[in-house]
Structure formats: C-alpha cells, structure tokens
Design a protein around this ligand. Sequence first.
Ligand code: APR
Length: 250
Amino acid sequence: MKTVEEPLEGAAVLAERVARAETVVIFTGAGISTESGIPDFRGPNGLWTKIKPIYYDEFVSSETARREDWKRRFAFRDQVAAVEPNVAHRAIARLIASGKANAVITQNIDGLHGRAGVPADRLIELHGNATYATCLSCDARVELDEAEAIIAATGRTPRCACGGLIKAAVISFGQAMPSREMQRAEEAIQQADLFVAVGSSLTVQPAATLPMIAKYEGAELIIVNAESTPLDGLADRVLRGSIGTVFSRL
Ligand code: APR
C-alpha cells in the first residue's frame, strides 16, 4: 500500500527507508513549522486564506505596498522569535549531523532549520530568509531592526545609500529565484537515493520540480504531508498525518 494514513505506522516506514538509504535529501515546506506555531500558506488555516501576497512588482512600484510588506516582515520576525524548532526540525538536523542527509532544501523563510542546527553549507533556502534584508540594487545587507528604525524616524520605507530599494531577503511572487540555490539543490539531488518532501503542497514552481527531478534521476520519493499534493501519484510512499509524529522515530 503506497499511502500510509496512520502517522505512527508512517513513522516506522520513514525510519526504515531512511535507515536503508545511502544519502537522503530533505525538502521542506511551511507545513514543517506549523507544529512550532507558524501558520502555513495553503493549509486549512493558511496565511493565503487570510491575506493576499504582495508581488515583487507591487513592492518595487508602490510605497504603500512596501509599507505593508515591512509591517508583515516585522510581525513575522516577532512571531518567529517567540517559537522554537520542533521535533521534525531537530530530527532533520540529526540526519545532517550524522551524514545520512547531505542537504536540506527548504522553501521556508523562518530560519528554523538553521536554529535547529543545520549548518549553512547544508541548508539551501530557495525562497530566501526573512530574518534580514538586502538592497535590490547592490545586495548590501540591512538588519530588520535598522529598517524598522528608519521607517519610525522618517515615515518612509528604507533606501540604500546607492539609491536602491531595501527589501526583506525573501523571494516574493514574481521575483527571480536565486540561481545559485537552485544549482546547489540540483547538485545535492544528484547524490541522493532518497528524497523526502515534507510539509509542502508542492504547488509552487520551480521548487516543486525538484521532487520530480529526484525521481527522474532514480531516487526513491517519499511525501510526508497532511493533505494530498499533485505529486502523490509520482511518489513511492505517501505518509499522511502530523509531521511531528511521522518524524518521531528518527
Ligand atoms: N503535518 C503534516 N502536514 C502539514 C502540517 C502538519 N503538522 N501542517 C501543515 N501541513 C501541510 C498542509 O496540509 C499543506 O499541504 O503542509 C502543506 C503546506 O503547504 P503550503 O502552505 O502551500 O506551504 P508551501 O508548500 O511551503 O508553500 C510554498 O508558496 O507562498 C509561497 O513562498 C511561499 O514557500 C512558500 C511556497
């Protein structure tokens, strides 16, 4: 039976498949952080069920859109500061530390994999990281607190000394993906014989092509997710239920 509905049974399947694998790539989405208290985007209580995303061209062209984007970033900063990585983040950090996993490819911007102990050279943040900002023109780094102070002092959203717009270091809808991160992801996938996609609806491109590339290159594909995804048909195993429970045996 390909789909395992009972999460404790799924935990046994995942533990057995990981034990047998040579090299595992872990691919994560927002679903892995909900048990830490960070809402996902498209799940039953997801963020996009409540507010509209701000697209890159809106941010670039509208001071109003930039102010709203910054308001969301400061709120997210405070939300993430108040939570901890959970059992799944910690299990994945152990897989990296033991050498069983060679990379964590994440769509998440909450920084929880890093805080769980995944080192930067093993962490591939496809959609960037919301814990700091950069200049869109010269890539200079700006801390969120500094940006917040500039807005409080001037009533305007921050600009770089070079004149460029400052934006949280995340990939917004309509913004080009970081080619270096995509290349690192593809290199990691080439070495893997097991690809585990965790807590993602697998609906956003090009991130959602990575499980397909892994499968095409001969890796076993396991999807761990509460709801169905468009790639369930391609997966070798689909493990339903709470990610924390499914990862409890690792
Ligand atoms: N256990 C198992 N599955 C869960 C849990 C949980 N505790 N919590 C949530 N999920 C599942 C949801 O059912 C959902 O299918 O995780 C999935 C999360 O999907 P999305 O909210 O779409 O998140 P993600 O796939 O990471 O979104 C991709 O879209 O909005 C953009 O840039 C944003 O990186 C994000 C990208």
